[in-house]
Design a protein around this ligand. Structure first.
Ligand SMILES: Nc1nc2c(ncn2[C@@H]2O[C@H](COP(=O)(O)OP(=O)(O)OP(=O)(O)O)[C@@H](O)[C@H]2O)c(=O)[nH]1
Length: 302
């Protein structure tokens, strides 16, 4: 990174009617297909979906409601949740397809976005199946609908203008830190879920002895080159030395039970064998420490 060029980072919300290519575009930007997580896991996860990083910046895509949800939910979402969904975003990306008029659905999105005081980028997707003339016409129709910071025609399927779009998004982000390791794409979510699975087992097996005073941190998670085994090292964090003793159990028996239960669940999620090593650490009052909480994937609201 050069001194005069500051690193930019932030959160991007993607909005658009069903089928305009939102998922395809996101896959195209991050350069790989995103595994679909189980519905059970999703209900407990925060909204962060995927991360793209290059030398200039880091884009964290937020999973806005309506993005992966059922088609007819979009309207409800637009009415009820648009402001809260976008409150975390630094930039909004509105995806449309080329067309010669603004449909009712698009109109509704435009009205809601009119109240969003953030940069809005209009992305015209699927230009591979349209003539330049049709694309220009679309730009013409849409350019005054909102005060867009940029309008970018792309083809998510053919990866046309991918780099240009990435540059435009990063240009619109504020200066900021790298929130995630540069090689993080989606496994952050898998890591979070694995941590959650271990926590779930611990809570189940420990019964009421240590109610909620534990957190789980995944230290390393690596798939072996043959793709058949994932090595995971994780730490269970508790508040007191006495808790540590209970979690480990007599001769390590309790920790072994927690580990076995979690391993079985993780194998289902990751679809590989899992070699799990569990550690236990005491960190006094971790629940009061906001930074530590954020580290464990808990938002301020919890
Ligand atoms: N020709 C063409 N087809 C595309 C492009 N991008 C996406 N598609 C197709 O459009 C269809 C919908 O794409 P998705 O990425 O699932 O769209 P979505 O907006 O995420 O859809 P919902 O999840 O229903 O909201 C798929 O059949 C894609 O292959 C593109 O750039 N060109």
């Amino acid at each position: 990174m050069q001194e005069d060029k500051k690193f930019r980072s932030g959160f991007v919300a993607i909005i658009g009617r069903p089928n305009v290519g939102k998922s395809t575009l996101m896959n195209c930007i991050i350069g790989q297909k995103i595994a679909i997580m189980s519905s059970k896991a999703q209900t407990t996860r925060k909204r962060i979906e995927t991360v793209y990083t290059n030398d200039e910046g880091q884009i964290v895509f937020l999973d806005t409601p309506g993005m992966n949800r059922s088609r007819n939910k979009l309207g409800d979402f637009m009415v009820n949740e648009v402001s809260s969904a976008f409150s975390d975003a630094d930039v909004v990306m509105w995806i449309i397809e080329p067309g010669d008029r603004i449909s009712a659905g698009e109109q509704e999105i435009a009205e809601k976005l009119a109240g969003v005081k953030k940069p809005v980028i209009l992305v015209i997707n699927k230009v591979d199946v349209n003539t330049d003339e049709e694309v220009f016409k679309t730009i013409d129709i849409y350019k005054d609908v909102l005060d867009f910071t940029d309008i970018v025609p792309v083809s998510a399927l053919r990866e046309k203008n991918r780099e240009e779009l990435i540059n435009v998004i990063i240009k619109n982000l504020p200066e900021g830190p790298m929130y995630y390791d540069e090689d993080t794409v989606t496994e952050e979510t898998e890591r979070d879920i694995c941590a959650e699975l271990i926590r779930e087992q611990a809570l189940q097996k420990l019964d009421k002895e240590i109610p909620h005073g534990i957190a789980v941190e995944i230290d390393t998670m690596k798939v072996r080159p043959d793709g058949r085994i994932t090595d995971v090292e994780a730490t269970i964090i508790c508040e007191r030395d006495s808790h540590k003793g209970i979690i480990i159990g007599k001769g390590g028996a309790m920790l072994k039970r927690i580990g076995t239960g979690a391993r079985i669940e993780m194998e289902k999620l990751l679809m590989t064998k899992v070699n799990l090593k569990l550690f236990v650490k005491v960190r006094r009052d971790w629940r009061d420490n906001q930074n530590m909480l954020r580290n464990f994937g808990y938002s301020d609201k919890r």
